[in-house]
Design a protein around this ligand. Structure first.
Ligand code: PEP
Ligand code: MG
Length: 750
């Protein structure tokens, strides 16, 4: 039967007060959890109250219970998505039912003895969009829980989430290190290089001392004061002349000011304080709630609004916890640690300040990775557990070549890495010495080496690396770093700057390549089941020609008579190329400038296998073709480049891919089409040699790779390597192994 029933004791405020008293007493994590479930069960008149916490990737573990069999604690497990509890953990939404057993997803855990209980109320334990677990109450007889009870439970779940995050509640998982000990995390290297430096947390850890308020009136005053300071911060940033000169930044600040004065938001915060939370916990609770409402919105505008709101909440939080501190800037050479980073966020740190980046999430093919490579700093993704282990200022070593992260390394590890770094510096000097040497293989094949770029910050590398030009300029990066669509003038001035810096060397401007993993916050992208195969790149450009036309106009203006080379991304068929090319020619005509048509070269990126098999006419019509190896590889092998499970599965040196390259070389020769290869493989010496052996005579890569690739090419006999490829294929030997062996024997540095 039911205990006291809905009464004053289950009011959120009272429940929190009791909880606060109970938690004030000393105890370890498990004792605290036990107290919490006992207290909830008692004050809500529930026979059962349980906490399930997420362990590992996809498992929920019964971590404390009042009412279920105590032997089942730490034993009973569910998969996320399994049963009512699993569904709450998956979807992050509460479930309430008076007849759990009739619920289609009901699945009871026999070891807990819960089959007797009919009524069920469960809420997610979550913080900032991350699900940490589930809190449930159950009763034997069929009854419905009141709205108030459900709210009370949600509030307690927030308290549990705060404490779990602070590490005061959940017993440390196995393998967790004590702070202060050296920690090694194995992630995946997404941008090469090695760096040693002090840790800088992208989002500082703001641990909440106690989420339950002692005195709500005092919390309200603290909130008001922090809000005042926040508004003053924003005003002074707006007054800052340098900031004000930057139109785009100004707009963001104006938006922030609106939020800081948003009555709805302030009211929400005060409500949470009234129900018993501290000001900090109220800010977090409001963030969590907003994330639940807006975080999954597909509307780009709403999502952007939400991101801004989230940012302002984070600033308010800092003001509450550190009333006088400003935003701390990283020291020079700092290692940035974050859960995930957009490419724009990385650019917020001035070039040269970051020594390396470590992400808990992220992927090798993501644009954050491309930006890191452009900035020539090591990046490690999927470094699970780093955020938990690191404190701001800890010494860190990042080894992007092997995916190692060392936190607070032992002195001998530091010494070993310092030696490595000094060797690298020597190597770099030797590459600099190669800059003026023409790139010719031993058997006399000239191979032109270009750099990939996309940001103004890349351009100094043109001279430093000795690249012959920019083989791929990813124009979407400029779009991605802006909060609003860059105007034609804005684009023209950026492209003009690029041409100025190139100073007569060629630049292949690749038109906007968005969709898939590259999203513009201000441009609506439909939700798609397979975005990589979806509405992206030239497909968007042809269907929504306004943006593409504007870009072509900006390019023509920027060139203003200088030679211009433009290529279209992801062209899959002749027809698409014809349309895009016609659009370009129309703009040339419309602009009525004095450009000799021969100075405008129109090309296509070959990124889908279908284009390799296009009609002959395509190769005759295109002035140049650039193989986009990253995409071509993923489509050729049907292996998602951003999916960690499949991205590393196939390689350029696979005989099937080499045959494809060989065929493209032949078709371009027949059509009289210039051919180059861009994409990450061009920058890996062994892959670059294999491509050279197939007849590729122009490679475009990140600037730092030009030295190593050139060194390898200078030592290689490309026709001998072609023989190695053919021989290995004929004998059924793995081509890659045969190439590596050949390079070792011929002393070709790969
Ligand atoms: C490619 O696909 O190889 C390429 C160079 O383009 P992106 O990596 O920008 O898709
Ligand atoms: Mg591509």
């Amino acid at each position: 039967g039911r205990g006291p029933g809905p009464n004053a004791a289950s009011s959120p405020k009272l429940l929190l007060r009791r909880l606060r008293q109970a938690l004030a007493a000393p105890g370890d994590g498990q004792e605290r959890l036990n107290q919490i479930v006992g207290l909830i069960a008692h004050s809500m008149g529930a026979e059962v109250c349980s906490v399930y916490l997420i362990r590992g990737q996809d498992t929920l573990q019964l971590s404390a219970t009042e009412g279920l069999r105590s032997e089942a604690v730490h034993e009973a497990r569910l998969k996320i998505g399994e049963g009512l509890v699993g569904i709450i953990a998956r979807d992050g939404r509460p479930i309430v039912t008076a007849r759990a057993r009739e619920h289609p997803d009901f699945r009871y855990l026999p070891e807990t003895g819960e089959e007797r209980y009919t009524s069920f109320l469960g809420v997610p334990i979550q913080k900032l969009g991350r699900n940490l677990g589930v809190l449930t109450v159950q009763n034997e007889r069929a009854m419905s829980y009141t709205e108030e009870e459900s709210e009370a439970l949600a509030l307690v779940a927030m308290v549990i989430a705060e404490m779990a995050e602070a590490g005061t509640l959940v017993p440390r998982a196995e393998g967790d290190e004590e702070p202060g000990e050296p920690v090694h995390v194995q992630g995946q290297g997404a941008a090469d290089g090695v760096a040693i430096g002090p840790a800088h947390l992208h989002e500082p850890k703001l641990l909440l001392p106690n989420p339950i308020a002692e005195d709500p009136a005092h919390e309200r005053i603290r909130l008001r004061e922090a809000l005042d300071r926040l508004r003053a911060d924003i005003d002074s940033m707006l007054d800052d002349e340098e900031m004000a000169a930057n139109g785009e930044h100004r707009e963001v600040l104006e938006t922030y000011r609106l939020f800081a004065n948003d009555r709805g938001w302030v009211r929400k915060l005060e409500e949470f304080i009234v129900s018993g939370l501290t000001a900090e916990a109220a800010v977090d609770a409001a963030r969590t709630e907003a994330r639940l409402k807006l975080g999954t919105a597909s509307d780009a505008y709403l999502r952007q609004r939400f991101d801004d709101m989230d940012d302002i909440a984070q600033r308010l939080m800092r003001r509450l916890i550190l009333p006088d501190a400003g935003r701390d800037q990283p020291e020079d050479g700092a290692i940035l640690v974050a859960r995930a980073l957009g490419p724009g966020e990385m650019m917020d740190y001035p070039r040269g300040t970051l020594g390396g980046v470590v992400l808990e999430d992220g992927s090798i093919g993501s644009h954050a990775a491309i930006v890191a490579r452009a900035m020539e700093i090591p990046l490690i993704v999927q470094a699970k557990g780093c955020l938990r282990a690191v404190e701001s200022g800890d010494t860190m070593i990042v080894n992007g070549d092997q995916g190692h992260v060392h936190i607070r390394p032992r002195a001998d590890v530091v010494t070993a890495y310092e030696e490595k770094l000094s060797l690298r510096a020597q190597e770099k000097a030797s590459f600099t010495a190669l800059r003026g040497v023409p790139c010719r293989s031993v058997d006399g094949c000239a191979v032109r080496l270009y750099m990939n770029g996309g940001l103004a910050a890349d351009l100094p590398s043109l001279n430093e690396s000795g690249a012959e030009g920019v083989g791929l300029l990813r124009t979407e990066l400029h779009f991605m770093l802006n909060k609003t669509m860059p105007t034609r003038e804005d684009q023209a001035s950026f492209y003009g700057h690029v041409l100025d810096k190139a100073d007569g060397r060629i630049v292949n401007f690749r038109t906007l390549d968005i969709g898939s993993d590259k999203v513009l916050p201000y441009m609506k992208q439909p939700r798609e089941a397979n975005p990589a195969l979806g509405w992206r790149a030239i497909r968007v450009g042809l269907d929504r020609p306004v943006v593409l036309r504007m870009q072509l106009q900006a390019l023509l203006r920027a060139a203003s008579g200088r030679p211009l080379r433009v290529m279209f991304p992801m062209v899959a068929a002749l027809r698409e190329f014809e349309k895009a090319r016609a659009m370009m020619l129309e703009e040339v005509e419309r602009l009525d400038m004095d450009v000799p048509p021969s100075d405008i070269k129109i090309g296509a990126m070959l990124e889908t296998p279908s284009l390799a098999f296009a009609q002959k006419r395509f190769f005759e019509m295109a002035d140049f073709v650039s193989i986009g190896g990253n995409d071509l590889l993923q489509f050729f092998f049907a292996a998602d480049r951003t999916n960690e499970r499949t991205a590393g599965r196939y390689e350029v040196t696979h005989p099937a891919f080499l045959s494809l390259v060989r065929m493209i070389v032949e078709r371009c020769d027949e059509g009289g089409t210039e051919l180059s290869f861009c994409g990450e493989a061009a920058g890996r010496p062994l892959d670059a040699l294999a491509l050279g052996a197939m007849g590729i005579r122009a490679l475009s890569m990140r600037p730092a790779s030009i030295g190593p690739v050139k060194r390898a090419l200078l030592a290689a006999d490309l026709s001998a390597m072609r023989t190695v490829v053919d021989g290995a294929e004929a004998e059924g030997v793995r081509v890659r192994d045969a190439l590596i062996e050949h390079c070792h024997e011929a002393m070709i540095p790969i």
